[in-house]
Design a protein around this ligand. Structure first.
Ligand SMILES: *[C@@H]1O[C@H](CO)[C@@H](O)[C@H](O)[C@H]1NC(C)=O
Ligand SMILES: *[C@@H]1O[C@H](CO)[C@@H](O)[C@H](O)[C@H]1NC(C)=O
Ligand SMILES: *[C@@H]1O[C@H](CO)[C@@H](O)[C@H](O)[C@H]1NC(C)=O
Ligand SMILES: *[C@@H]1O[C@H](CO)[C@@H](O)[C@H](O)[C@H]1NC(C)=O
Ligand SMILES: *[C@@H]1O[C@H](CO)[C@@H](O)[C@H](O)[C@H]1NC(C)=O
Ligand SMILES: *[C@@H]1O[C@H](CO)[C@@H](O)[C@H](O)[C@H]1NC(C)=O
Ligand SMILES: *[C@@H]1O[C@H](CO)[C@@H](O)[C@H](O)[C@H]1NC(C)=O
Ligand SMILES: *[C@@H]1O[C@H](CO)[C@@H](O)[C@H](O)[C@H]1NC(C)=O
Ligand SMILES: *[C@@H]1O[C@H](CO)[C@@H](O)[C@H](O)[C@H]1NC(C)=O
Ligand SMILES: *[C@@H]1O[C@H](CO)[C@@H](O)[C@H](O)[C@H]1NC(C)=O
Ligand SMILES: *[C@@H]1O[C@H](CO)[C@@H](O)[C@H](O)[C@H]1NC(C)=O
Length: 669
């Protein structure tokens, strides 16, 4: 079989399954999580602290509504979350307190469910909105292309009406109607029990803003007439949503990557603390993909709740309600929040609030055990009692959408997990090591013009690899999540090997270029360890192979925030993580480019085909080492058929290398 026909086979996805049927061994859809997901093994170990007003927070879901199928602690899907929210609303009613559910944006980019449809979000937005959010706002990934923003406008902003907040964002779709606000500037409302809330939703400035949007400064907001009217209302609590790092500073001049002058949400927080110090303020942030809680002062704090639907943030506030509030200030039989943000950690907020708030926070793992434990109880059949009809229907709809988008087909069994940031780039568990093997195996001629095993040097940018690849059944959807771009493979024929072998270093211009391929020491030093140096939405969740404490812990978030450091003890009462995990560390910064050498003998090979993704063409032709040889754009040709892209090589590799018909294909770290 020629390689080209193999490629065609790679793209022919198993026949469309009927709704409710899936193409692995058990063809029955269970009324709970996705049928191919795994159950969490560990329970949370303590109940949630409650307050007068309580929040559930999601952020940066990026289309991960199917859950994380090969990760044990994050296996719930969006339907399970729908059930959880509904049960928790009942629970809040039972306790006679308020519950608000909020999201801080980035609905697309990262998962096939959101990105494989004709317009990203077209399918996933309608699944997302099964949760009856009280407040939402926009993320930068919802704003890079006007067609994505239009989809958000019709599916989300119009659907949620006055709950969808775009306080400082204008868009101009160039249709003669702009600039407009796709959501509402603010929401002033009264909760079930009479808490008066003024909510605002902020977009950050520090990203590659496309021309059709304007992200206003906070001063534009507080000088506007609508704001003067909003701020004149009697308020018990300000709620600021923002797709924004809760640690960011207000003033960004001189430090911004994208000409931003400020972080509008933080500037607004500072303004409100100065001008309305007696009204408590709560921030919900996002964008940096971490779990975090930050005390600003005794009556102002911020929460950030993970990424990719791996976390639900919980926040409980006490002492914020007025006398008119008619809920219960104490609840029997459940813990109440007792912490305070007494010592300000921010020097730019010199507030001495007359109000101090008692509060607490918790980061919940996105799995059914967690949801059942908190919404139902700790009895052995709690998990079976979690589902609501709406949640079950959502689970079914997600499954059908996955089938329709051809994401469910299993290509093989990944024998181990491969990490982006957890492993040095030459180690066996580095995803780039695996990618180099996969390129060598799948990117080669069909044998008609050139022999299949022609000497070739394949170069790819590491930025195209977007997510860790986890041990277990590897599906078309997983392939899409790990390598979502559709770059073609191009080449320059018969490049002298002596020149070709210099290309990687010329591209990378870093100290480690020589060590990368083909073997390189596995223990070479990491380039950098600061997680914030990375492009925020490529932050992953890598693991560190630590000895487990007594109970068998799964790898996952281990969080340090202003109320506690889980790295000291995951079972400390100060730790915010709801389930105990083995620690994760974003340890290595991968090099920008990698290469794979096919059939090259460094001593004897004279010429090679220099293969690269179309994304790199301009850069490579511009390198002195290539320019000096006289190569021009007209010398570049397709190495693989244009239908075979960076979306396909992992699928092909899995089919060839991992397609053992293993009866068992366990997940695991
Ligand atoms: C997960 O647990 C449920 C019971 O709550 C069970 O029916 C199901 O088979 C389990 N799934 C796996 C993959 O073990
Ligand atoms: C509590 O207050 C809310 C808002 O003012 C009101 O709608 C509700 O009827 C009150 N409930 C009771 C039990 O008084
Ligand atoms: C925000 O303020 C800066 C500095 O004053 C100004 O240069 C910029 O144009 C303002 N941006 C907007 C969107 O108003
Ligand atoms: C920042 O502003 C400078 C000068 O106006 C401009 O050349 C540059 O392209 C801008 N960069 C971004 C990322 O907007
Ligand atoms: C279950 O919850 C009850 C009441 O909340 C508590 O007394 C009991 O210790 C809990 N059992 C376990 C195993 O956590
Ligand atoms: C899914 O696969 C079917 C059959 O191969 C094809 O007709 C359909 O266009 C595919 N859909 C998507 C969204 O790729
Ligand atoms: C890659 O995707 C983009 C956007 O969907 C599309 O315009 C382009 O034609 C695709 N390229 C290939 C080679 O499939
Ligand atoms: C958290 O604890 C770990 C382990 O004791 C320590 O290395 C780390 O510096 C602490 N982090 C902070 C922010 O205190
Ligand atoms: C936490 O775990 C350690 C080690 O297993 C144990 O010694 C300690 O007593 C535990 N602390 C709490 C508060 O449970
Ligand atoms: C690359 O693939 C060839 C077969 O085409 C194989 O002989 C060689 O060992 C592979 N090299 C690496 C580094 O995987
Ligand atoms: C081409 O190379 C020159 C000189 O090395 C550099 O200044 C320029 O930015 C490069 N252009 C591209 C598109 O890489």
């Amino acid at each position: 079989m020629s390689l080209f026909s193999l490629c065609t086979a790679a793209l022919a996805i198993p026949a469309l399954a009927r709704p409710g049927q899936h193409d692995r061994n058990a063809p029955i859809i269970s009324p709970r999580q996705q049928p191919d997901a795994n159950n969490a093994t560990n329970w949370p170990w303590r109940p949630l602290p409650w307050g007068e007003v309580n929040f559930l927070h999601t952020t940066d879901t990026h289309g991960f509504l199917e859950g994380h199928l090969n990760e044990v602690d994050y296996g719930a899907d969006w339907g399970d979350f729908v059930s959880f929210v509904e049960r928790m609303r009942d629970k809040a009613d039972e306790h006679n307190v308020d519950l608000l559910v909020v999201d801080t944006g980035d609905l697309v980019t990262g998962n096939g469910l959101s990105d494989k449809s004709k317009t990203p979000g077209e399918v996933s937005n309608k699944l997302f909105r099964n949760v009856d959010y009280d407040l939402l706002t926009t993320g930068n990934n919802d704003l890079y292309f006007d067609y994505i923003t239009k989809q958000v406008q019709t599916d989300i902003a119009e659907y949620y009406g006055d709950h969808y907040l775009t306080t400082n964002l204008d868009v101009d779709f160039n249709d003669g109607h702009g600039p407009i606000s796709i959501g509402k500037r603010y929401r002033y409302f009264t909760t079930k029990h009479g808490l008066r809330v003024l909510a605002l939703g902020f977009t950050l400035q520090d990203f590659q803003r496309p021309d059709f949007i304007t992200v206003h400064n906070a001063s534009t907001v507080w000088n506007s007439d609508w704001f003067k009217e909003a701020i004149s209302n009697e308020v018990d609590l300000y709620v600021l949503l923002g797709h924004t790092d809760i640690n960011a500073r207000c003033d960004l001049t001189g430090t911004s990557q994208y000409n931003a002058t400020e972080t509008p949400m933080i500037c607004m927080k500072d303004w409100l603390r100065k001008n309305k110090p007696d009204v408590p303020l709560q921030i919900f942030g996002g964008h940096t993909h971490i779990r975090n809680f930050r005390c600003y002062d005794g009556a102002a704090s911020g929460l950030e709740s993970g990424r990719y639907a791996d976390t639900v943030g919980w926040l409980a506030l006490r002492d914020v309600a007025s006398d008119a509030w008619n809920g219960s200030k104490t609840i029997e039989d459940v813990p109440m929040a007792t912490r305070t943000c007494s010592s300000p950690t921010s020097s730019n907020t010199m507030v001495d609030p007359t109000t101090a708030v008692r509060l607490d926070r918790r980061y919940l793992d996105f799995n059914r055990k967690t949801f059942a434990y908190h919404a139902i109880g700790n009895e052995s059949d709690a998990v079976d009692k979690l589902d609501t009809p709406h949640g079950q229907k959502t689970t079914g709809d997600i499954y059908n959408a996955r089938v329709q988008l051809n994401l469910t087909g299993v290509l093989g069994c990944a024998p181990q997990s491969y990490y982006i940031f957890a492993e040095s780039c030459n180690c066996p568990s580095s995803i780039y090591t695996m990618v180099r093997f996969a390129l060598n195996t799948t990117v080669k001629p069909d044998g008609k013009v050139k022999p299949q095993d022609s000497p070739r040097l394949i170069i790819m940018g590491t930025g195209g690899i977007r997510y860790d690849l986890f041990k277990g059944p590897f599906s078309v959807g997983d392939a899409f999540t790990v390598s979502p771009y559709n770059d073609t493979f191009l080449y320059l024929p018969d490049v002298p090997y002596t020149a070709a072998k210099g290309v990687l270093c010329a591209l990378k211009k870093d100290d480690y270029c020589e060590t990368e391929d083909p073997v390189g020491p596995c223990d070479m030093p990491g380039l950098a360890s600061s997680t914030f140096a990375y492009d925020s939405f490529s932050l992953q969740q890598p693991l560190l192979h630590h000895a487990a404490t007594e109970i068998k812990l799964n790898p996952g978030h281990v969080t340090t925030d202003d109320f506690g450091n889980c790295s000291k003890a995951v079972n400390s009462t100060d730790c915010g993580d709801d389930t105990q995990h083995k620690p994760l560390i974003d340890k290595y910064k991968p090099p920008k480019y990698l290469q794979s050498q096919g059939n090259i003998d460094p001593k004897n090979t004279k010429t090679v085909d220099l293969v690269f993704t179309n994304h790199l063409q301009e850069k490579i032709l511009n390198l002195t080492v290539i320019k000096d040889l006289g190569y021009k754009a007209s010398d570049v040709d397709y190495y693989m058929p244009p239908t075979f892209t960076t979306r396909d090589f992992l699928q092909e590799y899995a089919r060839v290398e991992w397609n053992e018909k293993a009866k068992e294909c366990p997940v695991g770290p």
